[in-house]
Design a protein around this ligand. Structure first.
Ligand code: ADP
Length: 502
């Protein structure tokens, strides 16, 4: 039958759930806030950089327009040649007359063809403007001579040189950006997955555009943009911030997790201890009440003169003495434990042969089990050396192991082996039984105060859960330790390791 959780454990669970909620909810909020913060911060940095460069782009646009306005006609035959200072601005030339376009570049011919009527309204001085067609977008210079228009494509190299000069004095030291004139994309957005992927790839691999401005008429088919050539300034700033945030967040969560684990463990231990204490109080009261009831009953029998036969009288007296011994044993172990817990326990150490200690424990054990069946095998190495210990305290610890071996063995198989061996500078006293054994996960906990393995046999066996805890404290106070090996259903072996005196 499943045992319902105790009040302490329920309240532990409630407190722990509240603690987790109190910690997890704000921290989830913090995490979300941080992520939003990082995204916003990146957008803010991008915006700031864009505003900064947009101002410079506006100046660059004006300077480019001025440079185009400054262009001088160097030649008009056979086509137009423009130059600014020593820089030639035009390359492939063209002529348009009587609706016919003559140009060696068929793409320019195709782009100019639909414009032959408008071209005839050009002024008689050079004008630079943009044209666009499915074949491409071009920057051209042209002027009208009567019914004939002569012109040329504005050289991309010349534009690049002009923009470079402009960029050089507009870009403050420490910042990187290249001005470029790029055609405005008028095509419909890429259709189909493959086209969209190709576009995304191009955008990812190409230079990062920091800002852009549409060119004013008549250059409206181009945008003046500034791109980064070096490291992406936004990425650098936000990568650094993201790193700092991630590291801080990681540290925060590690600390939080440790805190939660630690608090959970402490709370759990406290809840368990409190339950153990409650169990202990009811157990001690029960254990004290049983011998007390028998004692009162026997005393009443004697007082009322009901026992007359001397043999019967002897039996009653024996029972009385046994119950009293049980009572005082119980009280003794509670007092022992409280002395050890409060650090008031004093040990009177004396140097003695290990065998003395074994004898003291074995004799006490035999005296206690005088009428109970058991089979104690003693195997001691020839020379067990000497130890410096409190005889009573340590023989009590060994006696407790013998008592447990007896208590937790099934009726009819109370075989106990007590072995003494020397291992380097230590003597090892080993108590082996063939009893119920102890499950692996319980083996450490049985040394905790008040702890008892929950089994049918334990419930039926008298005990306080203090014996091993006291034994361990005593052995540790003598610079030794207790270990246990056990297989459930097969038996247990407890070992006391004590340092030998040389
Ligand atoms: P108790 O008074 O309950 O015997 P102990 O501290 O001596 O207290 O032991 C703690 C628990 O360890 C016991 O309740 C029992 O469940 C388990 N235990 C101790 N010794 C043995 C053993 N030899 N075999 C099986 N279980 C044992």
């Amino acid at each position: 039958m499943a045992v319902p959780p105790s009040v302490e454990l329920l309240s532990f669970r409630r407190t722990f759930t509240r603690l987790i909620l109190l910690v997890v909810l704000p921290s989830a909020g913090l995490l979300a806030f941080g992520i939003v913060g990082i995204v916003n911060e990146r957008a803010a940095v991008e915006k700031r950089i864009e505003v900064l460069w947009t101002g410079r782009l506006a100046t660059a646009q004006n300077e480019l327009a001025d440079a185009f306005a400054d262009a001088q006609v160097r030649s008009t035959s056979p086509t137009l040649v423009l130059q600014r200072g020593s820089l030639q601005l035009t390359d492939v030339g063209f002529t348009v007359s009587a609706g016919e376009v003559v140009c060696e570049d068929p793409r320019i011919t195709a782009a100019l063809k639909p414009l032959d009527v408008e071209l005839m309204s050009l002024p008689e001085r050079p004008v630079i403007f943009s044209i666009t067609s499915p074949q491409g977008t071009f920057l051209v210079a042209a002027l009208r001579r009567g019914q004939k228009v002569i012109g040329a494509q504005v050289s991309a190299k010349a534009v690049q040189t002009l923009l470079q000069n402009i960029g050089d004095h507009l870009t403050p030291p420490g910042e990187e950006g290249t001005f470029m004139l790029v055609p405005v994309k008028r095509s419909s957005p890429a259709e189909g997955m493959v086209a969209r992927l190709a576009e995304a790839r191009e955008a990812a691999l190409g230079d990062r555009e920091l800002a852009g401005l549409l060119m004013p008429l008549p250059l409206q088919d181009f945008r003046l943009v500034v791109v980064t050539t070096g490291a992406d300034p936004v990425a650098a700033a936000s990568t650094r911030n993201r790193w700092i945030y991630s590291v801080l967040l990681g540290l925060f969560y590690i600390t939080l997790a440790l805190g939660v684990i630690f608090t959970g463990r402490t709370l759990y231990r406290e809840a368990r201890l409190s339950r153990l204490k409650t169990d202990f109080v009811s157990l001690v009261s029960h254990e004290l009440r049983t011998p007390l009831t028998s004692i009162r009953m026997f005393i009443e029998m004697l007082a009322l003169g009901r026992v007359k036969d001397p043999v019967e009288m002897q039996t009653v007296l024996d029972l009385l003495s046994k119950e009293t011994a049980r009572l005082s044993g119980m009280i003794e172990s509670v007092l022992d434990w409280s002395r050890i817990e409060s650090g008031k326990k004093q040990y009177r150490r004396e140097r003695l042969p290990t065998t003395d200690l074994v004898d003291a424990a074995v004799n006490a054990f035999k005296a206690q089990r005088i009428d109970a069946p058991f089979d104690l095998q003693l195997t001691l190495a020839p020379n067990l050396g000497e130890i410096e210990v409190d005889r009573d305290a340590l023989s009590g610890a060994l006696l407790n192991l013998l008592q447990n071996a007896w208590k937790y063995s099934r009726e009819g198989d109370k075989r106990i082996e007590l072995r003494g061996i020397v291992d380097d500078d230590f003597v090892v006293l080993e108590v082996e039984d063939h009893g119920v054994g102890i499950p692996r996960r319980e083996q450490k906990r049985i040394f905790d105060r008040f702890y008892r393995v929950d089994s049918l046999l334990t419930r039926d066996t008298e005990g306080s859960g203090l014996g091993l805890s006291i034994a361990q404290r005593i052995v540790q106070a003598h610079d030794g330790w207790i270990s246990v090996d056990s297989v459930p259903g097969r038996g247990s072996t407890f070992r006391i390791h004590l340092p030998l005196v040389q």
